[in-house]
Design a protein around this ligand. Structure first.
Ligand code: SF4
Length: 165
């Protein structure tokens, strides 16, 4: 199967989120891709060595993944702990895992400091969001993998139409 899709494990309902829960996305395309064996589940934060459950984390000072990867910003938990290294490690492992499994696309949950692709939270832990991407998304895009958010399932469906299966 070519054009496999790396998917945030929580979108398949796996209990990997910071709060110990999943966030299953119900969509006919997801069921079809699952049946086709096209989906490859991955959780970068767990892969980076973080436990579940874990404190919520955000990229500080309304910056985004580019700033983290350039060393200008950290990823911090609401406890103040610096988890930047785990987030970068998880993102690197996501790229390795995507390549090893033939994933040319990724479908990731938006808003996460790892998996966000359209928006993330601003580091104040007050629910304020701003445009930006998470660390894993940035590293996947650098590696040439096209990232779609959970709000863009139809866009990914359209993108797959006409491609060799
Ligand atoms: Fe889901 Fe990504 Fe957070 Fe893991 S890192 S829980 S896959 S949003």
């Amino acid at each position: 199967m070519s054009h496999r899709i790396l998917i945030s494990a929580c979108l398949l309902g796996r209990p990997v989120r910071y709060d110990g829960k999943g966030k299953p996305l119900h969509h006919p395309a997801i069921e079809r891709w699952k049946a086709e064996g096209r989906l490859v589940a991955f959780c970068p934060e767990q892969a980076g060595g973080l436990p579940t459950p874990r404190p919520p984390a955000e990229i500080e000072q309304a910056m985004d993944a580019d700033d983290v990867l350039a060393g200008r910003a950290r990823v911090i938990e609401n406890t103040g702990a610096d988890v930047t290294a785990a987030f970068v490690e998880g993102g690197r492992k996501a790229v390795e895992f995507a390549r090893a499994n033939g994933c040319t696309f990724a479908l990731l949950i938006d808003g996460s400091p790892s998996c966000g692709s359209g928006f993330i939270y601003d580091g104040s832990f007050s629910g304020k969001r701003h445009p930006g991407e998470g660390v894993t998304t940035a590293l996947l895009r650098q590696a040439g993998i096209e990232v779609f958010s959970d709000r863009e399932v139809e866009d990914l469906e359209s993108r797959l139409v006409g491609l060799h299966p």
